[in-house]
Design a binder for this molecule. Sequence first.
Ligand SMILES: Nc1nc2c(ncn2[C@@H]2O[C@H](COP(=O)(O)OP(=O)(O)OP(=O)(O)O)[C@@H](O)[C@H]2O)c(=O)[nH]1
Ligand SMILES: [Mg+2]
Length: 470
Amino acid sequence: MAGDATRPAPTSAVAALGALRGGSDTIAAIATPPGRGALAIVRLSGADAEQVASRVVAGWPTPARVATLAILRDPATGEVLDEAIVTRFEGGRSFTGEPMVELSTHGGVVTSALVLGALLAAGARQAAPGEFTRRAVASGKLTLTQGEAIGDVIDATSRAAQRVALATLDGGLARRVVALRDALLEVEALIAYEIDFPEEDDGPIAPARVSESVARVASMLDALLATAPAGELVREGAVVVLAGPPNAGKSSLFNALLGQARALVTPIPGTTRDAIEAVVDGRSWPLRLVDTAGLRETADSLERLGIEVSERYLERAQVVLACAEHAAGLAATCAWISRLTGAPVIEVATKRDRPEAEPVASGSAALEVSAETGAGLDALLARIEDTLATALGAPSFDAPVVTRARHLVALRAAREELAAFATAWSAAALPAPVMAVHLRSAVGALEELIGVVDTEDVLDRVFRSFCVGK
Ligand SMILES: Nc1nc2c(ncn2[C@@H]2O[C@H](COP(=O)(O)OP(=O)(O)OP(=O)(O)O)[C@@H](O)[C@H]2O)c(=O)[nH]1
Ligand SMILES: [Mg+2]
């Protein structure tokens, strides 16, 4: 959306820094995926966006922030390219903070490409992946964590991941980190007296007050760091491993749960050699289903490699589906699994539609399913959800959640610097200016996290993975 101009930037420091980084050429890109569709969006951003648009859009200028029907023409030949809805956003009141124009053209591959070509001929440059969002960060419209959250909303494969990303986009994480940074700046101010007047025995600041403030920030950091496992689960999905003897019907069950034929299925035992993963949207947690190679003792070295992969997945499973056609297979599978993981195991009796299927013994915990008819699949999904709810609880969307490795690294660095400071301070072991270096490093780590410091390489890394046009 180009129109989220009302979102307040978490700090004026972020905005001030953005202004320093601003001033850029005009970029253009198709923001919608290629292919057949009703509409395509072509967007323009930069100081000269209006001039570029005026060469293509008949009847320019359109009223600001009003969707207006207009004819688009080739700037060189005057040829009509499309009839489109044009929306003009003034600088300061757009997604990037720069003057922007959004053209909603007809869909399909030809029209949007023609319109983009016309804008490039009129003076724009093709945007790099993520360049629009990068400019929004650079102009202070978004913090870096909010910019990343846009990528996460786009990449979300489950409602849980999308909800966490939306909360981060709303600034939740950035606000929390800014609060932590501000608290540390206050501690720095407290010890400034100590630095300026090291000879004074009893300065105006009691040393305990500094220790308490640092301890408070440390516990807030710990609380944020403690959300990382849940954050990873939301982002990656809870690992649900299908395991069992060869030919048990694991790949067929995997495909049936997924609703598409992803894994190869044949009557030949040992078909699946490598693990295959796919995420399905669970009721609370996203589920990362993993189809694995059948477990059996074998002399075949290739098959053995596949079984080792299965075992590695079992070691990191949150839930295991022990799949087999017969009670003996289920028992053998459960024994195999128990050597590798303490994760909860759901026993699944497969191929129940087959007339020769051995009936499940009364008192058995096994769920009966058929990948062929779909019988028992809903009950299996419900059992997986219940098992995860018991093991992990429900994801929380009220407080900020740390979902990215980059955030985790920065928060851990800040936490370690604080610990080093706290130890030195309580022992009064070092001169104050030396101890203050730890505080500065902690502040630096938090500022890098929200993008307050000008770290081009961090921005490069973050936005490289974005789509063009976002
Ligand atoms: N009738 C019936 N046949 C099934 C069902 N599930 C699997 N099969 C058949 O059983 C055979 C093995 O199925 P797969 O899904 O490849 O079994 P697998 O456990 O992945 O086997 P490996 O990859 O070799 O370990 C295939 O011929 C499937 O068509 C089912 O629910 N009903
Ligand atoms: Mg298989």
